[in-house]
Design a protein around this ligand. Structure first.
Ligand SMILES: [Zn+2]
Length: 132
């Protein structure tokens, strides 16, 4: 077998939330990324949290589209605070969110357990804030 499509399949490796700008580590949230994928994909495994008191993702934006997918566990749906521009939304799983290029945004867990996936349409993650 030639395995010419071998690189299409990538394993996800643990990576700290704080390794990306505008994000801080949060207990109960594990982040996984592929170093060698043509898009920036981050999969977050969320263990059950009673509540998350602090904001761990600050408002930021990208010059490309970002998509967020929120999948809760069957018994404990996920609830996120999603800020888009100057508007705040409480979003319950399952949900998909479109974040156009240059719209400032943040996603902060409120409660629940499951999986939060962020896909940014670039290989090289770059974030900036409005007041840059
Ligand atoms: Zn983002």
């Amino acid at each position: 077998m030639s395995q010419k499509y071998k690189n299409y399949i990538q394993s996800l490796k643990p990576s700290k939330l704080s390794s990306v700008d505008y994000h801080e580590d949060m207990s109960g949230i594990e982040r996984f990324v592929s170093e060698d994928f043509p898009l920036h994909v981050a999969v977050h495994k969320i263990k059950e949290r009673a509540d998350v008191p602090q904001k761990y993702v600050e408002l930021h934006q990208h010059d490309v589209l970002e998509i967020n997918i929120i999948l809760g566990s069957d018994d404990k749906p996920l609830k996120y605070n999603i800020q888009l521009g100057d508007e705040n939304y409480t979003v319950q799983s399952p949900a998909i969110i479109r974040i156009p290029a240059n719209l400032s945004h943040s996603a902060n867990l409120i409660i629940g357990s499951g999986t939060f996936i962020s896909i940014v349409m670039t290989k090289d993650y770059h974030a900036f804030s409005e007041d840059k």
